[in-house]
Every structure is written in C-alpha cells, then in structure tokens.
Design a protein around this ligand. Structure first.
Ligand SMILES: [Zn+2]
Length: 182
C-alpha cells in the first residue's frame, strides 16, 4: 500500500501512516527502511540515514502520542501531560546547522539519525498544536476512517480524507438511503 499525503502537514501525514483496510488497521511503517522511505517522500528528500529497529519503535511511540494529541485536540480536550512531555523531549532534539553552499550559507535541520528525523516530525506537531491552524485540524468524517488532515480549503468545509474514498462512500450511502426511502 502506498503512503498517503493528504494531511497538509508533516505531523498529520505521519499519523496517516496507519490506515484502515477493509477491516483492520494497517501499519505502513513495517520496517526501519519504510520509515526512511516515508520521510523522504514526505519531505521530497533523498536522505540515506541508517535506521535501526529502535528508531522504528521510537517512531511508533511518537506516532501514538501525536494521534492521542490529535484525538483530544479535535474534541477540544486538553492534551495529556505525558504526550506533551514526549513531544517536547523529541522536539528538543532538533538541531539546525549552518552549511556553506558555493559562496553563501544556508541554515538546515540536521537529519543524520533516526532521532533527528523524529525531532523534525515532533517539531512540526508542536508548531501545529501551538498555531491557529489547530482549529483546522480534522479527523475524516467517516467513522471507520482514522486519517487526519489540516483543512486548508478556503471555506473550511473539508470533511473527508479523500473524495475518491470516504467522500464517495458517503455519497453512495446517502443515495442508497434516499432511493430506499422512496
Ligand atoms: Zn477517510
């Protein structure tokens, strides 16, 4: 299954590495390699960081905290302190480095290890939680779906992760209900 990039944010796209198949949850991060593939796809990068099993375990722990934070945020419930602590701990590891390129310099995030990648994701989550964009964070309106996105549409009416999947299913269901009640 391909990665989904419908979240409009690095943190929501990261949460969306867990999807619901026909019934069960499917985890698209099944190896350290798949974590790196996801990161490179998400950031249009081509890093070749060596990741280990521990990085994958840490990534899933971070993802659980972000999911819980999102679940609570969209319900306007306060975040759990343990999730805030983990996000801070991970985010605090983000390091920026000055690099020279030709005759100028650029400031970049250090992305040399699994901890660096997770720090980048955690920071994106902290920035989202602390910004006005948080009120545009939504869970897909389908009960069965577990995908999150930041609604960047002008009218702020986006309900579905995708019109092709959940949105279409709902349209078909409504149509079916209508024809049945005739
Ligand atoms: Zn959906």
């Amino acid at each position: 299954m391909d990665f989904l990039f419908i979240g409009n944010n690095l943190a929501s796209d990261f949460v969306n590495t867990e999807v619901v198949g026909s019934n069960d949850r499917i985890d698209l991060l099944h190896s350290p390699d798949s974590l790196l593939q996801w990161f490179n796809a998400a950031c249009s990068d081509s890093l070749s960081v060596k990741l280990c099993d521990k990085d994958l375990i840490d990534a899933k722990e971070l993802r659980s905290s972000i999911r819980r934070a999102f679940e609570r945020a969209v319900e306007s419930n306060p975040l759990l302190q343990e999730d805030i602590d983990l996000l801070n701990e991970r985010s605090n590891m983000l390091v920026r480095v000055l690099k020279s390129s030709n005759d100028s310099y650029k400031l970049e995030y250090r992305l040399d290890s699994g901890a660096d990648l997770l720090a980048r994701i955690a920071t994106a989550c902290c920035e989202l939680l602390a910004s006005t964009k948080l009120k545009s964070l939504r869970k897909c309106a389908s009960d069965k779906c577990i995908l999150y996105f930041v609604d960047t549409s002008k009218n702020q009416q986006r309900q579905w992760c995708s019109m092709e999947t959940c949105g279409n299913r709902e349209k078909v269901r409504k149509h079916y209900d209508k024809t049945k009640s005739r």
